[in-house]
Design a protein around this ligand. Structure first.
Ligand code: AVJ
Length: 312
């Protein structure tokens, strides 16, 4: 990581800790161990999202592939290491180019290498960028007929409504004229099912949450006292979202950069929102970003949705 990036991130972390409710962006979950723990989460029996989304993709790939048409450019927001991506790469007709976009260069380039070896004829042009801001698309060898922006995993749920709308606007821009967006969106359901997905019995989600502090200690020179912290994930029904926090059990001072924070006993740090949507709620948000939801696929239990959105 460049020194400038490191400094910017350190400032962002400090800024979050200075808010009236302390918060740290979920992007700091994903050091190498955090990425491994997340992969492990996706295989947990309680974490219905990944397996359900993959099932929806497999069940509807023929129709999806017809809607997308030949010679598209597939632009994925995220590093593209998932099985869902492979379903698309295997079935889309005459794909012009695959463009995974991620902020974590190491992870992006290693998964791009992996995809190239699995799909030898495919042009793969990874872009290292913060996808919440506009970025330049690479120039593929074969001229694409249209851009398909792919945002799987309901990662949209990490953003507050305002930020999600803003991100959808960026995607709208990247899709360009006659482009489309394919997005995985987790749905509102019995809160007990949702809470179980973030409080798994094997404790992997707790480990994933706590690993953020280990990451901050190692990569940003912080000195959080790890044994004092515990995992909490609660569904906020009013807001329709999981709120994940780290809870402190002993008064401590934490140093990071040139700042010192006193953290009270029982004080928390907000580490993640994971919004769950109604179909109507998501459609309204997409519409405000210029998209029309043209097709929604769900599973039999209506747990999760994959949505094909065109520029309105
Ligand atoms: C990758 C953001 C979709 O919100 O479910 C999983 C991350 N956090 N368990 C989610 C996560 C805790 C995940 N997203």
């Amino acid at each position: 990581m460049s020194a400038a990036t490191h400094d910017r991130e350190l400032r962002e972390i400090i800024d979050g800790l200075q808010q009236s409710e302390k918060m740290i962006s979920p992007k700091y979950f994903y050091d190498e161990r955090g990425s491994q723990l997340f992969d492990q989460i996706t295989t947990l029996p309680e974490y219905y999202q990944t397996v359900t989304e993959l099932g929806i993709m497999r069940a509807n790939i023929a129709e999806l592939s017809t809607l997308i048409g030949p010679q598209a450019s597939l632009i994925e927001y995220g590093s593209g290491s998932s099985l869902k991506t492979r379903v698309l790469l295997e079935h889309l007709v005459d794909l012009a180019v695959y463009v995974p976009v991620d902020i974590s260069e190491d992870h992006l380039l290693s998964s791009a290498r992996q995809i190239r070896s699995e799909f030898p004829g495919l042009e793969v042009l990874p872009v290292v960028a913060d996808f919440t801001k506009q970025f330049a698309l690479p120039d593929p060898t074969v001229m694409p007929l249209r851009n398909i922006v792919y945002f799987p995993g309901s990662t949209i749920g990490n953003f507050t409504d305002d930020d999600a709308r803003e991100l959808l606007r960026v995607m709208h821009h990247e899709a360009g004229a006659n482009g489309a967006m394919l997005i995985g969106v987790d749905l509102q359901k019995d809160p007990a099912i949702i809470e179980r997905a973030y409080n798994d019995s094997a404790g992997v989600t707790a480990e994933f949450n706590l690993n953020m502090l280990r990451h901050l200690n190692r990569a940003y020179g912080a000195d959080f006292d790890l044994p004092s912290w515990s995992h909490e994930a609660k569904y906020n029904e009013t807001e329709g979202r999981i709120e994940m926090r780290l809870l402190n059990s002993t008064l401590q001072t934490v140093n990071i950069g040139h700042q010192t924070f006193v953290i009270n006993e029982r004080e928390g740090i907000l580490t993640e929102y994971s919004h769950k949507y109604t179909l109507g709620g998501f459609a309204a948000m997409a519409e405000q970003a210029g998209f029309e939801v043209a097709k929604v696929w769900t599973d039999a239990g209506q747990l999760f949705s994959v949505q094909y959105c065109v520029r309105a």
